[in-house]
Design a protein around this ligand. Structure first.
Ligand code: NPG
Length: 371
């Protein structure tokens, strides 16, 4: 493909159908940075998974904007090569800022693949046309509200339900859901809300036959996850702690987790996500595709990734309607059997709808070339 000659950043905001509460706070709107690149032959779009504050990771929209505008973007515009691997290399000097890198890389891949008429799914090594969908449910005010939501999502066909938990809103909530649906594939996600001293409390979850408990302890504490894993029966899945294929290997070899959540943004992009998948596969560890309340752009990328062979558990790849009245792209629909089609058009296979994009855009800025 030809070189990237223009990079444009765009901040968009879309209301969520219902506020999403986790142990880190509440989100009512989805606000994120989109990246658009132009080459001589093509155009590509990327979505940054950072949120408006540095609660989930140290990155947030304004940090991503700044590093894309002042460092990553100019490095890419000044780089020699033209493909996605070249783009990855051109950005490698910047430490961290993985979500920002991932967004730019997604746009470069989209442009490259559109020019070549190849789908992202094929490029990454997808082996299936449909993926199994799970749904992640935020913390509710009452157990009744939680049961109501679970009931609605199960009626839609979701194949796995994940409940957000935090200390005090955990065992009873899980008991309520398990009591009503003894067979449903159920998991919990703590977003690092527990401390190592909470092991006894977490052990109480063992009786519910959960698929996994996700990220119970601090994001930077692999060692104590490994100690906790020896004390509880529920498999531990790591999310925030895994920022690269190398960290996935370390976590698994240390015994800190038996399952890995892969989010392309968290690990620095789709190529590193594939490498993370490959490492986990080699180590015999199942992976699944996490979600960051993405718009249709990021969702398309997640679906392509989730179609790789090691993704053996349903992902947080829910239908557009679970998040938005109106998505930025044509909506992603889930079939009643709880599966969703992997986009097969060139690149991401979707583009923002011009009217929706205009309505959601808050700010646009072009990246200037370094003098
Ligand atoms: O369906 O995209 C989705 C949401 C899945 O629970 C989900 N995401 O910790 O994994 C997470 C959580 C999250 C969402 C974290 C937004 C931070 C921001």
């Amino acid at each position: 493909m030809s070189r990237v000659r223009l990079i444009e950043l765009r901040l968009v905001a879309i209301p969520l159908v219902r506020p999403f509460r986790t142990s880190m706070g509440v989100e009512s709107d989805k606000e994120c940075v989109l990246v658009r690149v132009e080459t001589d032959e093509s155009e590509g779009w990327g979505e940054c998974v950072a949120g408006s504050d540095p609660g989930y990771s140290s990155e947030f929209n304004e940090s991503a904007w700044a590093v894309l505008r002042d460092h990553l973007g100019p490095s890419l515009l000044g780089a020699g090569g033209a493909g996605a691997e070249d783009a990855e290399r051109a950005m490698a000097w910047v430490r961290g800022h993985r979500m920002a890198k991932a967004a730019l890389l997604m746009a470069v891949l989209d442009a490259e693949l559109r020019a070549d008429s190849v789908s992202l799914a094929s490029r990454l090594g997808a082996v299936r046309d449909r993926v199994e969908c799970g749904v992640s449910i935020g913390i509710t005010d009452t157990s009744e509200q939680l049961l109501e939501q679970v009931e609605g999502y199960l009626a839609e066909g979701y194949r796995r339900v994940k409940l957000k938990i935090e200390p005090g809103l955990d065992v009873d909530r899980v008991a309520a859901v398990r009591g009503r649906w003894p067979e449903v594939a159920l998991s919990v996600d703590a977003n690092a809300a527990y401390r190592p001293e909470d092991a006894d409390r977490l052990r109480e979850l063992d009786r519910f036959g959960l698929l996994m408990i996700e990220q119970p302890l601090a994001h930077d504490d692999l060692y104590r996850h490994s100690l906790l894993a020896a004390k509880i029966e529920t498999p531990i899945c790591l999310d925030e702690s895994i920022r690269s294929a190398a960290e996935a290997r370390a976590a698994v070899e240390l015994g800190a987790c038996g399952i890995v959540n892969i989010k392309q943004g968290r690990v620095g992009g789709l190529l590193e996500a594939v490498r993370t998948h490959d490492v986990c596969r080699e180590l015999g560890v199942p992976v699944w595709c996490g979600g960051m309340l993405e718009t249709g752009l990021g969702r398309a990328a997640n679906l392509a990734l989730a179609a790789l062979p090691g993704f053996t558990l349903p992902g947080d790849t829910s239908a557009s309607s679970r998040y938005f009245e109106d998505d930025l792209t044509e909506p992603f629909l889930m079939a009643p059997d709880g599966t969703m089609a992997v986009p097969r058009g060139p690149g991401l296979g979707v583009r923002p709808l011009p009217g929706r994009l205009a309505a959601c855009t808050r700010r646009i800025e072009r990246v200037a070339k370094k003098e």
